[in-house]
Design a binder for this molecule. Structure first.
Ligand code: NAD
Length: 501
């Protein structure tokens, strides 16, 4: 059986310890490979390698660092099919969707290739008599990333492309459930010209995460995953004096106004609710029709669209979505469906018990639809992260606006309407970090930035774009004066706080 190894200083190995984890094929339910799991001893080796290489990398001029990004982008494109297949085989998302996962990461690499322009500092000539002030952004040293299973290509690239382009070394701890693509990315990054030890991949679970959080030589940690762990990582990392950004879970709402283009909205909703088996932090698992007429029309159109959904193995080109990640997650999602029933929501379509012929042990869940979900239900308050869509009916625009604004999560939200004024009001007032207007999954492009509010994001800088650059660098500001030989040596005013007046 295949073993996925760590990627330490340009190759496999290191003192890995003896624990391993199973990597499933979600299509069949079988274990297809194992992954080595390690802790502090391996991390120490990785940190030593990073320390050896980072100062020289930071001193390498930005356009040379950018050239590695250009070459890496080329390699990603050349290897797109292989990466997508590997990703799909461990995650279970269909291959076109897996390609999108790689592509959205590649776009951050593209942004990072413009780093010489983005890293330029600020300069003020003559801020006072004979005084100039300039500021520069310097790397933090060694950064670490801890990533979730659901985007094994995109999210690591959000982090390591920005961190390394800014002059840092980077240690990635990917999800142990689908770790092969992150290792492959590190191999390609090395092939692109990155020095050995600049990007390393260490596998592990809580033991490795804790070692990262406590390691004194790691200056910054970027985390993406579920909210309780995000909060834990944030607190422990900050206590250890590190800079931490920690993105958490989500429960995104799609508001359907009475004037929405209902066919477009239903089409978008189906993809956003059930695509990738609902395992996206920007999925739309809650739909909020405004007014009873809108709700009834929506439900009428959703039912045949759900009926037409095609589940299949992740390599099936006609499948719209595949299995969920593992048996425990399947059980968890089905538990939430039961909870919704117990709480009194109307289960209109029940996806439990779905079996794909020939793949009866695969982790498949059919699409589920709930109507008459209310805000006091646990199944509404919590993230389900599966192919389950909940209809929460609202009477007015104000009621609909309140729902995502008052929810514990605040990652993404979408409004479907033809009314520009309503959309503008909604975008300005809703208490959520990323807003789509007739766009169901508003993941910002790479030169903007990604981040949710409330329990969807701890810390104050977003991922990628200029926000990513700010996270991965620290500002140094220099105030300079060159002596002109006119000082009289009396020291007058030397005891008064200097002003430029
Ligand atoms: P997860 O929280 O289980 O795991 C994320 C990372 O944390 C993994 O690397 C894992 O090894 C590690 N981890 C798990 N348990 C830990 C523990 N007890 N202590 C320390 N580390 C631990 O998340 P997941 O199931 O891999 O991913 C799905 C979650 O991620 C969902 O909640 C989803 O909404 C969220 N997510 C959020 C975003 C975002 O940008 N806001 C993006 C993608 C996914």
């Amino acid at each position: 059986m295949r073993t996925v190894d760590h990627f330490i200083k340009g190759g496999a190995g290191g003192n890995a310890g003896s624990r391993t984890g199973d990597i499933f094929d979600p299509n069949t339910g079988d274990v297809q490979a194992t992954v080595k799991l390690a802790g502090k001893a391996l991390l120490d080796q990785a940190v030593a390698n990073a320390q050896a290489v980072q100062p020289e990398w930071a001193a390498t001029n930005p356009q040379r660092r950018a050239r590695v990004m250009f070459k890496f982008k080329d390699l990603l494109e050349q290897n797109m099919d292989e990466l997508a297949r590997l990703l799909s085989s461990e995650h279970g998302k269909v291959i076109d969707d897996a390609r999108g996962d790689v592509q959205r990461g590649l776009e951050v690499v593209e942004f990072a290739a413009g780093i010489p322009q983005a890293l330029k500092g600020e300069y003020t000539h003559g801020a006072g008599p004979g005084i100039d002030v300039y500021s520069m952004r310097q790397p933090l040293g060694i950064g670490a990333g801890i990533t979730p299973f659901n985007f094994p290509a995109m999210i690591p690239m959000w982090m390591f492309a920005m961190a390394t382009a800014c002059g840092n070394a980077f240690i990635l701890k990917p999800s142990e459930r689908d770790p092969s693509v992150p290792v492959r990315l590190a191999e390609l990054f090395l092939e692109a010209g990155a020095p050995e030890g600049l990007l390393q991949v260490v596998h592990g679970d809580k033991e490795m995460v804790d070692a990262i959080l406590d390691h004194p030589a790691i200056s910054a940690i970027s985390f993406v995953g579920s909210s309780d762990i995000a909060h834990y990582v944030y607190k422990r990392g900050v206590d250890a004096g590190k800079r931490v950004q920690a993105m958490g879970g989500a429960k995104n709402h799609g508001i359907i106004m009475p004037d929405a283009d209902m066919d477009q909205a239903v089409n978008d909703l189906i993809g956003a609710a059930y695509g990738s088996a609902g395992e996206r932090c920007m999925a739309l698992p809650v739909v909020v029709p405004v007014g009873q007429d809108t709700a009834d029309k929506l439900r009428e159109k959703l039912l045949p669209a759900i009926d037409k959904l095609r589940l299949g193995v992740s390599s099936d080109p006609d499948a719209q979505y595949g299995p969920v990640i593992n048996a425990a997650h399947k059980e968890r999602v089905e538990g939430w469906i039961q909870k919704g029933v117990d709480e009194g929501a109307e289960l209109v379509v029940d996806g439990r018990g779905f079996e794909l012929q020939g793949h009866e042990k695969g982790f498949f869940i059919g699409p589920s639809l709930f109507d008459h979900v209310t805000t006091d239900m646990e199944s509404y308050k919590e993230e389900i992260f599966g192919p389950v869509l909940q209809i929460v009916r609202a009477d007015t625009f104000e009621d609909a606006l309140r729902l995502p604004s008052e929810h514990q999560y605040g990652n993404g939200v979408a409004i479907f309407t033809r009314n520009g004024h309503a959309a503008r009001e909604f975008a300005a007032r809703v208490q959520v970090g990323m807003v789509g207007i007739n766009v169901p999954i508003p993941v910002p492009v790479s030169y903007h930035s990604f981040g949710g509010w409330k329990r969807s994001g701890f810390g104050d800088h977003n991922q990628y774009g200029m926000e990513g650059l700010r996270f991965w660098t620290k500002t140094k500001t220099v105030t300079q004066r060159w002596p002109d030989g006119t000082a009289d040596g009396t020291g007058e005013n030397a005891f008064v706080i200097p002003t430029m007046g």
